[in-house]
Design a protein. Sequence first.
Length: 421
Amino acid sequence: MKVFKFGGASLETIERIQRVGQIIQSYSGDQLLVVISAMGKTTNELEKVAQNFFMRKREIAAQLLYNVEQYHLQVAEQLLGTKEHNLFVQLQQFFTEAEWTLGEKPLRTYDYYYDQIVGLGELLSTAIVSAYFNETGITNVWLDVRDVFRTDDNFRDANIDWEVTQRQVNEKVLPLFNTASIVIAQGFIGSTDQNESVTLGREGSDFSAAVFANLLNAESQTIWKDVEGLKNADPKIFPNTVNIPEISFGEVIEMAYYGAQVIHPKTIKPLQNKQIPLYVKCFLDKELPGTVIREDADQRSLPPIIVLKRNQVLITITSRDFAFITEDKISDIYEIFHAKKIKINLTQNAAISFSCCIDNNPEKIELLIKALHQGFKISYNEGLELLTVRHYRNGLLDELTKGRKILLEQRSDSTVQMVVK
Ligand SMILES: Nc1ncnc2c1ncn2[C@@H]1O[C@H](COP(=O)(O)OP(=O)(O)O)[C@@H](O)[C@H]1O
Ligand SMILES: N[C@@H](CC(=O)OP(=O)(O)O)C(=O)O
């Protein structure tokens, strides 16, 4: 059994969806569990629906949802060449459920409504792709992953209940392979024991695929991207990147942790734990060798790896009365960050101050500063970038920081991190 994951970019156009079909067809001898994300930028559009709904801008929310609906109906009709198909009944059910949600008064948290609305993208994309494949002879079964992935109710970043999910994989997923060798499921979503939809965090479909790979004891997982494979930096930002043919789980978990936008950080653990290799392949040209990520990768010729996180804020937290920032104070500070669900990307402490670099999320930062203000003086600096280079060489660092102001720097033997303006 192999697990495949196709992301939004691979479903952005009709031609790309057809290409995905060809790729799957070329693995006709294998059992495939195929995880699919929302088409193109649908998740961003649905986020806007959720925001407007929660701000009680009902008409705008309804219009934005209508646009998403029309887009999917058009794609479905173009792929199938007709509107007379059961798929359209299934799509209509999803739309009706979403419209019901928008008809409610937002009495629960924003994160709850976000998850009820935003997961729609994956339900639509998988239903369309599954129906289209069946019409073109790629026999498959569509699975509602919310019947399988059980989570807690930490909406927008729900945690998998591995025991229940394993049981449900055994009872509900494995038997599907008796009817077809291909099962198509949504990435990114799951459900609580109260049958409330949840999402697993933005870009979470890589992780969904890894959960399946782990629980199905798959022989491999392949993530199909618009790039050649895993590179030593984002080719959209840096010129002259090189492809990495093989790399270890340990190295990739570091890259993802530092913010490389190519693989979701949670993806590695379920694979490493069962020693399942992860392939990164290019859906634009499946003959390209891509990258294999596995425990015992040969890394003798690993190039310097560069990760750039944009739109960062450096917050400096200073004691009000010249008191030292001791362990108890740091622990209070971390508790506040944890309560506000803010991830710290880099920290540095001095005698009476503690600095940390975080993603710029104005609403969260406002609440954070309010909470911190009671005990500390706060200053912050916006519009920054966090540059991380692993296996660095000094010449390269000079090149990357030329003409930039370095506000904070940390070096170890293997890694340098800099907050730059
Ligand atoms: N180190 C890297 N190697 C390859 N691609 C990278 C890297 N870092 C960032 N990327 C970006 O990741 C993109 C692919 O990921 P993404 O757009 O999330 O795909 P999908 O939505 O299809 O899963 C590439 O187009 C590339 O710009
Ligand atoms: N659609 C979700 C989940 C996901 O993983 O998408 P993609 O595979 O396109 O990054 C998102 O955009 O966050």
